[in-house]
Design a protein. Sequence first.
Length: 258
Amino acid sequence: MSSAGSHVFSLNRDDGVVLRGRIDDPHGQGPIGIFLHGFRSHSNGRKGCALADHAHHHGRAWLAFDLRGHGRSDGSPASLRVSALCADLDAVLARLAPRPVLLAGSSLGGWLAVLAAGRHPDQVRALLLVAPAFNFIQKYFGALPPDELDRWRRRGTRRFNDQYSGDSYLLDYEMVEDAARHDVFGGKISLSCPVVVVHGDHDEVVPLAQSRRFVDEIAPAGELVAVAGGDHRLATGIPQLLAATDRLWSAAFGGVPC
C-alpha cells in the first residue's frame, strides 16, 4: 500500500462486506499502527482518537477501522464470529504487506491482535493491548445456565442487555462454538515481539489477573501496566497508552516515524 496522505480507508471482502475506517499515512511506506476497537464499540472512541492523534503528531502512519458489524463497516452485529474478524484482519494486513505493523487492540480488539500476532509473527512487530478480553465470548456468554444455553442453541439467537448503553442486542449462538476455536490460552501462541498490556485495576469486566496470566504464560518479556482506579473503558489511562505506544514504536522500529 503506497498511497500517502490522510484519507478514508475501505476494504471489500469476498462475502460483500465492506470494512471502513480512516488511515493517516504521511509517507506511504514503512511501519504502520492499526487500532482494533472493542465489542459493540467503534474506531472513533476516546482511546481510538487519542492514539490516532498521537500518531499524527509524531508523523507515524496509523490506521483505524471498524470491525464488521460495528460502526461504519458492513455486517450483521448479531452474526459476530471471531473467525470472520480474524479473516478480516488478515486481509487488512495483506493489503498493507510487506509493511511492519504495531497492533493496538482494546478489549475484543486485544484478543484479535494476539491471534493475529500468532499467525503473522514476521509482520506484526509489536502489540499494545488495552484491557484485552481474551476468550470473553465463551467465558461470559457461554457460561449461562445450561437450560438457557440450550434454549439459545435451539432458537439460534438470544437478546442481551448492554451494561453501558442500556440497549439490547441480538447474538447468534454459533458465535460461542466459533470462539472456542480461538482460545488464547490453548497453548498454541507464544509471543517474542515487544508487548505492553495496559489494564485498569478496577476493571469490572475483565479481571487484571487475566492479563497477569497472559504476560506470564504467553508474553514473558512483555510489560503489564496497571492503571490505578481504571475500569474496563480505561478513560483515565490515556497517558499510559500513549507512553506505551512510544516505547513499543521505539523498540520495534527504532523510533523512526516511517
